[in-house]
Design a protein around this ligand. Structure first.
Ligand SMILES: C[S@@+](CC[C@H](N)C(=O)[O-])C[C@H]1O[C@@H](n2cnc3c(N)ncnc32)[C@H](O)[C@@H]1O
Length: 803
C-alpha cells in the first residue's frame, strides 16, 4: 500500500525539527487513535500536537516501546487498533511534578518546586490509560488548564523564532533527552519556567501555558462547586474538586466525566488554576463564601496580558460606569456593587425556594389603589397624623383622598414573613386583624417599623398583581415623596385627576455629575473662609466671625433662623429687577460657548448674586449655630399637589410660613453647561424637556471659566422637592439666594429658596425662574405661563388668566 501522504508529510515536518521517523511513527499512530483519525487536529499549527507528544514520550521513562515498535506506516489506515482507547490530550492534566500517561504515552509532568512536592510514587505517577485514575498528592504548585484549546499556533511560531527570547517570565524548553534523568522537566525560578523542548529557544510564559498538558476539571457536584466548572476556582481549602480524564468518545459534551476522575483538593485546584490563569480577587460576601475574581486566559490571544492591580481595575471601572452609564452618584462604588452582588448570589443560592418566593415579593414595594374609606387609609390623613397640620377646612384632602376615584396609589413595604403573595391588607390604625400566617396586622407593622424606623407609616400589603412593574418603578410614596431623606415627610396628593408625580430619584442634596468640578476638600477652605476660633453659636458672639464677611460683617439670619428682612428685601428686589440693572455680562459666556455654534454670540446677561456664607464643619461653632440654616435641610411642612391652573404639579405649604423662612434648596445633578446642552439635545429628540437652573451668579468674577466650572443644576432625574415649584413672574413668594456652605469657590453654591413674604398654609409656593419668554433659545424651554401674576412676562399668551 502506498504510504499515506499525510503520514509522509507528518514525518517530514518532524524531520524538519530534528525528530526522526522512528520516533515520530509510534507517537503519530497513537495520536491518530486518540483523535479518531482526525488529521486536522494533528496537522494544526504545523504538527505541534505531534511534536508535543513526541517530546512527552521522550521525557517519559515509562514508554511502552514495544507497542510502538511493531507499528508500521501502513497501519495508519482506518482500522488502526489499540489496546486501550486513550484520552484526548485536549483535556490533559497539566501537573507539575507528575508523570501522566495516556496509553503509554507520557503526558508532561512538570514539577516546579521540588520541596513542595514530596516525590512519592503516587504523586509522580498519574496513569490515565483508559479509565485508570489515581490520587494525586496535595500540592501547592500544580497547574491546571481547562483544556479546551489544544495548543496555540503562536507557540509553534515562537519555537521557531529564536529571536523572541525573553529574559524574565520566560519558558525555557530543553532538548529532549538532554536531561534524560530529569523528571521534573519544568523548573521555575524567579518567574522563569523551563520545560523540555527540542531546541534551546526560549518562549514566553504564554507559550508555556500552551505547552503544558491540559487538564479537564470537573467539579465535585456534591459540593456544588460550580465555580470550578466555570473556570473560576475558589480557594476553599479542604474542598474537593475533581480532575477528570474522559475516556474516549464517552463524553460528547464538555469532555468531562466524573467516573474517571483524579481527585485533588479544592485548594490544590485553585492554586493550579491560579498559576495558569492568575485570578484577581475583586469582591466577596462578608464571610467570604462567595467571591468574584477576574482572570485573563492568555491562551486566548493576549500574551501581553499582565495582571493589573485591583485598585487600578476598580478605579478604571468606576470611571467607566460614571461616564458610560451616566451614574451620577459620586459615592457610587464598584466595590460596593460587586460585594452586593456576592451577597445576592449567596442569598439566592442559599434560600429555600419558598423563602425565595416570599423574598421576591416582600422586597418590592407594592402598591394598591386604596379602596377603603377608613380614614387611616387616607394618605392625607396619614400625613396629618404624622406631623402635618393640615387644615381640612381649606382643602379637605382627607375626604377627597379617601374617595377611591381620586386617591393616589400608596406604595407600602411589606415584611416578607408577614404575608403571602396576593393578600391585600389595608392599613388600619393599630387593630389586631389576623393575617394568614398568624401575625396580627399590628405585629406585621411593628416588624416593618423595625426595618424602616424613618417612615413608620409606610406599611401596607397589597396585591402584587394590581401593579405592573413599570408602574411600580414610577411610583412615589404618597406619605413621603422624599422617602425619608428629609427631616419631615412630604406627602403628595392629586385632587384633580389620576396622574402620579413624574418618576425621579429623590435626593436631598445635589450630586455631582461626572466632570463637574466641585471641590469639597477641607484643605480648600482656608482659615479666612471659616471661623475656626468660634465656639457655640456664632450669632450670639459680639464680634461677627469670618463667615459673616460675605454679608458685610453681619449675619444673614435671625436667631429664629429667618433671613433678616433687610437682606431679604434687598435680594428680592435684586432678583425682581434682574431684567435690567443687576446683570453682568461674561466676556466669553459658557452658555454661548457650549452651544457649539459657529460664531459665539454675546452673553445675554446673568443676575449678579449676593452670597450668604454659612458656618460649616471646619468652623469652631457647633452644629446648632444660628448661622447654619440651609444645611439643615427642609423643616417646613410641605405637600406636592396637582395644580388646577394647568401648571402640572406644584408645591404648597401646609403651615403658615413667616417671611424669610428657608423652604428648601434646589437640589439636582450638578452638571457642566456642556452636559446640560448635551442633555437638552437628547431630551428634545425624545420629546421631553429639562428645566436646568444655572449656577451663574459669579461667572464674571473668575474671568473666562473653565468648562468644568461652569455649572448648573438639573433635577429632571435626580432632584428634591424643589423640582415641583412652579414659576411665577415677578411677585413669586419665594426668592432664590446663593448660599455657600462647603466650598469657598463661588462657581458652585447652594441655591436656597426663602419666602419673600408671609405665606399662608395651603398656598402654592412659587419662584421666578428668570425665564425670558421671548427667547426661544433660553436654557429653560419657554412654556405658556399660567402664573396668574399681573406682572406676568408672558402676558401675550396668558393675559386672560392674570389676576
Ligand atoms: C420645575 S417644573 C415644575 C413642576 C412641574 N409643574 C411638574 O409638573 O413637574 C417646571 C415646569 O412646570 C411647568 N410650569 C412651571 N410654572 C408654570 C407656569 N407658571 N405656567 C405654566 N406652566 C408652568 C412648565 O411645564 C415647566 O417646564
Amino acid at each position: 500500500m502506498a504510504p499515506n501522504p499525510r503520514v509522509s508529510k507528518a514525518f517530514r515536518a518532524m524531520k524538519d525539527i530534528g525528530i526522526s521517523e522512528d520516533k515520530t511513527k509510534p507517537v503519530l499512530k497513537k495520536l491518530l487513535k486518540l483523535y479518531d483519525k482526525n488529521w486536522e487536529l494533528i496537522e494544526e499549527e504545523n504538527y505541534r500536537v505531534l511534536a508535543d507528544a513526541i517530546f512527552d514520550e521522550e521525557d517519559s521513562k515509562v514508554v511502552e516501546e514495544k507497542k510502538c515498535q511493531n507499528s508500521q506506516v501502513e497501519d495508519f489506515g482506518e482500522d488502526v487498533q489499540g489496546p486501550d482507547e486513550p484520552e484526548r490530550p485536549l483535556k490533559r492534566l497539566r501537573l507539575r511534578g507528575q508523570e501522566t500517561q495516556v496509553d503509554g504515552m507520557a503526558l508532561k509532568k512538570p514539577k516546579l518546586e521540588e520541596d513542595a512536592f514530596p516525590e512519592t510514587s503516587s504523586q509522580q505517577q498519574m496513569q490515565l490509560s483508559g479509565p485508570k485514575r489515581s490520587e494525586t498528592g496535595p500540592s501547592s504548585s500544580r497547574r491546571v488548564d481547562k483544556g479546551k484549546e489544544p495548543v496555540s499556533p503562536r507557540v509553534v511560531t515562537r519555537v521557531k523564532k529564536s529571536s523572541l527570547e525573553k529574559s524574565s517570565a520566560a519558558v525555557r524548553i530543553k532538548e529532549p533527552g538532554a536531561e534524560s534523568g530529569v523528571k521534573n522537566s519544568i523548573a521555575r525560578a524567579s518567574g522563569s519556567l523551563a520545560l523540555l523542548k527540542p531546541k534551546d529557544e526560549p518562549i514566553t510564559d504564554d507559550a508555556f501555558t500552551n505547552e503544558l498538558p491540559i487538564a479537564a476539571i470537573h467539579p465535585d457536584s456534591s459540593r456544588k462547586d460550580h465555580s470550578i466548572a466555570n473556570d473560576s476556582v475558589r480557594k476553599a481549602d479542604g474542598q474537593v474538586a475533581q480532575v477528570s480524564y474522559p475516556s474516549n468518545g464517552s463524553n460528547k459534551g464538555d469532555g468531562m466525566e466524573t467516573s474517571s476522575c483524579k481527585r485533588i483538593t479544592g485548594s490544590e485546584l485553585a492554586t493550579v488554576m491560579e498559576e495558569l490563569h492568575p485570578n484577581l480577587e475583586i469582591a466577596s460576601s462578608p464571610l467570604g463564601e462567595v467571591k468574584i475574581s477576574l482572570c485573563c486566559d492568555s491562551t486566548f490571544g493576549r500574551p501581553d496580558f499582565r495582571m493589573p492591580s485591583r485598585d487600578a481595575v476598580i478605579k478604571y471601572m468606576e470611571e467607566k460606569c460614571l461616564q458610560s452609564y451616566k451614574i451620577i452618584d459620586p459615592t457610587f462604588s464598584v466595590m460596593k456593587l460587586l460585594s452586593d452582588m456576592c451577597e445576592c448570589f449567596l442569598e439566592l443560592g442559599t434560600d429555600s425556594p419558598d423563602e425565595q418566593q416570599e423574598g421576591s415579593i416582600s422586597r418590592v414595594p407594592l402598591l394598591d389603589v386604596m379602596e377603603s374609606s377608613d380614614p387611616m387609609d387616607s394618605p392625607g390623613t396619614v400625613a396629618n397624623e404624622g406631623n402635618l397640620n393640615l387644615p381640612t377646612s381649606v382643602n379637605e384632602p382627607v375626604n377627597t383622598i379617601s374617595d377611591g376615584e381620586l386617591a393616589p396609589q400608596v406604595p407600602r413595604m411589606v415584611e416578607s414573613s408577614s404575608v403571602s403573595n396576593h393578600q391585600t391588607i389595608h392599613e388600619t390604625s393599630k387593630s389586631s386583624k389576623e393575617i394568614p400566617n398568624g401575625h396580627s396586622e399590628y405585629e406585621a407593622r411593628k416588624e416593618f417599623d423595625n426595618l424602616e424606623p424613618a417612615n413608620p407609616q409606610n406599611l401596607m400589603v397589597v396585591s402584587q398583581s394590581q401593579q405592573a412593574t413599570d408602574e411600580l418603578s414610577c411610583s412615589h410614596d404618597v406619605v413621603d415623596i422624599a422617602k425619608g431623606e428629609e427631616r419631615v415627610q412630604i406627602s403628595w396628593v392629586n385632587e384633580i385627576n389620576k396622574e402620579h408625580p413624574p418618576f425621579f430619584h429623590y435626593i436631598p442634596r445635589s450630586l455631582i455629575f461626572q466632570n463637574a468640578f466641585v471641590n469639597f476638600s477641607l484643605s480648600m477652605i482656608g482659615n479666612d473662609n471659616c471661623c475656626q476660633s468660634c465656639f457655640g453659636n456664632c450669632l450670639t458672639s459680639s464680634v461677627p466671625c469670618a463667615c459673616a464677611r460675605e454679608t458685610g460683617d453681619k449675619y444673614a439670619y435671625t436667631p429664629e433662623g429667618l433671613v433678616k428682612e433687610d437682606f431679604l428685601d434687598e435680594w428680592t428686589s435684586l432678583a425682581r429687577e434682574s431684567q435690567g440693572n443687576h446683570q453682568f455680562y461674561c466676556k466669553e459666556c459658557p452658555l454661548e460657548r457650549s452651544k457649539n455654534d459657529d460664531c459665539l454670540e454675546p452673553c445675554k446677561g446673568h443676575l449678579e448674586r449676593k452670597l450668604i456664607k454659612e458656618c460649616w464643619s471646619k468652623c469652631g461653632c457647633n452644629k446648632h449655630c444660628g448661622n447654619r440654616v440651609v444645611q439643615r435641610g427642609v423643616t417646613c411642612k410641605l405637600q406636592v399637589f396637582f395644580t388646577s391652573e394647568g401648571k402640572g404639579w406644584g408645591l404648597r405649604t401646609l403651615e403658615n410660613l413667616p417671611k424669610g423662612t428657608f423652604v428648601c434648596e434646589y437640589a439636582g445633578e450638578i452638571l457642566t453647561i456642556s452636559e446640560m446642552y448635551h442633555r437638552k439635545v437628547q431630551s428634545t429628540k425624545n420629546g421631553e424637556h429639562t428645566d436646568p437652573v444655572l449656577l451663574d451668579g459669579f461667572w464674571n468674577k473668575e474671568g473666562p471659566l473653565k468648562e468644568e466650572k461652569a455649572l448648573c443644576l438639573d433635577a429632571t432625574n435626580f432632584g428634591n422637592v424643589a423640582r415641583f415649584i412652579n414659576h411665577r413672574c415677578f411677585d413669586a413668594n419665594l426668592v432664590d439666594i446663593a448660599v455657600e456652605i462647603e466650598t469657598p469657590d463661588h462657581h458652585n453654591y447652594h441655591l436656597a429658596l426663602f419666602t419673600t413674604r408671609k405665606i399662608d398654609a395651603m398656598e402654592e409656593l412659587t419662584w421666578d425662574y428668570g425665564i425670558d419668554f421671548d427667547d426661544l433659545d433660553h436654557h429653560v424651554k419657554p412654556f405658556l405661563c399660567q402664573c396668574g401674576s399681573k406682572f406676568c412676562r408672558n402676558m401675550k399668551r396668558s393675559s386672560s388668566r392674570c389676576i
